[in-house]
Design a protein around this ligand. Structure first.
Ligand SMILES: *Cc1c(COP(=O)(O)O)cnc(C)c1O
Length: 402
């Protein structure tokens, strides 16, 4: 494809704008039209048949493919340097479809304890009902992960950095172990985004994204993406076109528009988050800061090797336990208190009431999630304003709870 060749030498900011956008559209519109059409009509029955067989480019029915959605798939494919890409109604649809399409009864999957809450539910609640064995290892114990993989598995499922304590997995090492065992290596790249990390360049077979987060970037559309090896993406696409968790063209358009500024946003969020993490680490009201960009982070070296930036999400624990969190959060001026991340606005919330609400206090402690933890997703506001906002809220919370 000519467009692909032209973009090969381009840097990521240029790719984010132009990838997938090279074709001319309806009435020469420069912007990708939102094609609100369920079906696509053919008067030539032979042509229709060839499109249906996949022998000729075109669309038949909106559950299978759509022109707007296809541009989004092309954009993520190029940004992740993948052979193929497909899309889903949500990030969880991408993840569950990948697992259900590629696993069969008797197969074994190895993963970590710190995967996204929904993913963890698939592993613990749904896959075992279909006779699929699941082994979840301690996230920081790479030796244990390698041992479990070496015992044989169909899929090694990884996510890095993790939610909410920002652990980082050594991708080259673990993907290498997966391939030695003949397993497929899948990586959830939602937190890093292709701007900060390209797992396929580190040999991953498949990459999944919740496009709801940084890719869309404006907290106004749900979506999921999968890219990687062509044969595997095809198998998952085939499952999705039948199971039906299709991305809506309107949502695809919003995500596409958001992705044009992905590189700008993420690079600003990287810089902002690092400054904020350093500010918080030195703050007397803070117990601990969890951010892979800090030299004190236990996986800082692995992060520095495989990531170009450390991302816009961090978490921190307050001195004074959950009472301090309860007092502190509502005092933030520039943050939505909500269960989301990766938006242009800063978003904060306690894992205790959002991502890990289903767990007991002991369950959260076992995962190393203190009750006084706050997850903080840095938006694109000016860094000085966010630091002043955090400082004022921390001081006021201290006065209120001391
Ligand atoms: C939000 C999220 C998901 C799920 O995505 P949805 O679009 O909400 O279904 C999966 N993985 C990670 C890391 C996430 O943050």
């Amino acid at each position: 494809m000519a467009e692909d060749r032209e973009l090969r030498g381009a840097q990521q900011g240029t790719q984010a704008v132009w990838a997938g956008e090279g074709k001319s559209h309806w009435q020469r519109s420069t912007q990708v039209p939102v094609v609100q059409s369920v079906s696509f009509g053919y008067r030539d029955l032979d042509e229709w048949y060839e499109v249906a067989l996949g022998e000729r480019e075109g669309h038949i029915y909106g559950r299978n493919t759509n022109p707007t959605v296809q541009v989004l798939e092309e954009k993520i494919r190029l940004l992740e340097g993948a052979q193929a890409a497909t899309s889903f109604a949500t990030g969880m649809a991408a993840i569950s479809s990948t697992l259900f399409a590629l696993l069969s009864p008797g197969d074994r999957v190895v993963s970590i304890k710190d995967t996204y809450g929904g993913t963890s539910k698939i592993f613990l609640e749904f896959l075992p009902r279909f006779g699929i064995k699941v082994e979840l290892c301690d996230t920081g114990d790479f030796d244990a992960i390698e041992r479990e993989v070496a015992k044989g598995c169909k899929i090694l499922y990884l996510e890095t950095p993790t939610n909410p304590t920002l652990k980082v997995l050594d991708l080259p090492r673990l993907i290498g172990a997966a391939h030695r065992a003949g397993a497929i290596a899948v990586v959830d790249n939602t937190f890093a985004t292709p701007i900060n990390q390209n797992p396929i360049a580190l040999a991953a077979d498949l990459v999944v994204h919740s496009a709801t987060k940084f890719l869309g970037g404006h907290a106004d559309a749900l979506g999921g993406l999968l890219c990687g090896r062509g044969d595997l993406v095809d198998a998952v696409f085939h499952f999705r076109e039948i199971s039906g968790a299709t991305l809506h063209p309107e949502a695809a358009y919003l995500i596409l528009r958001g992705m044009k500024t992905l590189s700008l946003r993420v690079r600003h969020q990287n810089e902002s988050a690092l400054r904020i993490a350093r500010f918080l680490a030195a703050h007397p009201a803070i117990d601990q800061v969890y951010y892979p960009g800090l030299e004190s982070h236990p996986h800082h070296d692995a992060a520095a090797r495989q990531m170009r930036g450390f991302g816009g999400v961090m978490s921190f624990s307050l001195k004074g336990g959950f009472e301090a969190v309860r007092s502190f959060l509502p005092k933030l001026r520039y943050a939505h208190l909500a269960a989301n991340l990766g938006s242009v606005e800063t978003i904060a919330g306690p894992p205790r009431t959002t991502s890990h609400v289903e767990l007991t206090e002991e369950g959260r402690r076992a995962l190393g999630i203190p009750e006084s933890l706050v997850r903080y997703s840095v938006g694109i506001e000016d860094t000085d304003d966010l630091i002043a906002d955090l400082d004022a809220a921390l001081r006021a919370a201290r006065l209120a709870t001391s």
